[in-house]
Ligand binder design. Sequence first.
Ligand SMILES: C[S@@+](CC[C@H](N)C(=O)[O-])C[C@H]1O[C@@H](n2cnc3c(N)ncnc32)[C@H](O)[C@@H]1O
Length: 282
Amino acid sequence: MLYVIGLGLGDERDITLKGLEAVKKCDKVYVEAYTSLLSFGLSSSGLSSLEELYGKSITLADREMVEEKVDDILSEARESNVAFLVVGDPFGATTHTDLVVRAKKLGVEVEVIHNASVMNAVGLCGLQLYRYGETISLPFFTDTWRPDSFYEKIQSNRVLGLHTLCLLDIRVKEPSLESLCRGRKQYEPPKYMTIGTAIEQLLEVEHSRGQSVYNEDTTCVGFARLGSKDQMVVAGSMKELLTVDFGAPLHCLVIVGKTHPVEEEMLEFYTLKEYLKSQKKT
Ligand SMILES: C[S@@+](CC[C@H](N)C(=O)[O-])C[C@H]1O[C@@H](n2cnc3c(N)ncnc32)[C@H](O)[C@@H]1O
């Protein structure tokens, strides 16, 4: 049996009871470490706190491993109980549907155990979840690669008055171009996109496409480390959010569409002014 288990957003204690019971039944436990991150990261000390609470030794599964060794994981799951842990909800990232499809095609039994995802945790700011359009992913721009197909998606959402959730790029264990040319893989240090970089890239694209989809006065909400004790939620114009230090990863951003008075009432609690006031008190 392959158990695909959501870990939730904060730390090792966010696993559900059902998820924990399943992990305890498993002979082999993998944790996926490239589409998201728990608050303590997945350094070896982070991993050991998972191992301690779950009472199992855990194998870190990076992108290479999941893409290249998926058949090994699935053949283990055919013979024994295997857990595949995913930060957030297993289906909060598009990647894991593929694992489940392959398992089912190979006749491996699959049980999915859900948990909270960034996709629903953003509800915290008061913008109603059913008033969101297509979610977009913002990749890190490089000197030679500046893809902007997300612009049309934001445009379609805004024409309909819908909010847009922007998920921000995570680069963990990416081989450097130089090392690939030399034929011996060496990895870049991990990189997580900040809200500041996301807004700069969005404004650059608006500047080059020029269709007035949004501008620096467009209201957005920035979220950092949702589900952790030190989570941050700040609402303001793009220009205002550029002045805020959101701290450690992970970050995401919502471009606010047309709002209902109840949504506005809740957003008021998260304005930059309120945030600065709360900072003065601490
Ligand atoms: C592929 S998505 C989320 C996958 C995860 N399985 C889930 O359900 O939450 C990863 C992106 O979501 C955002 N994200 C995930 N967790 C977050 C958190 N705790 N706080 C803020 N943003 C988060 C980041 O932009 C990150 O790059």
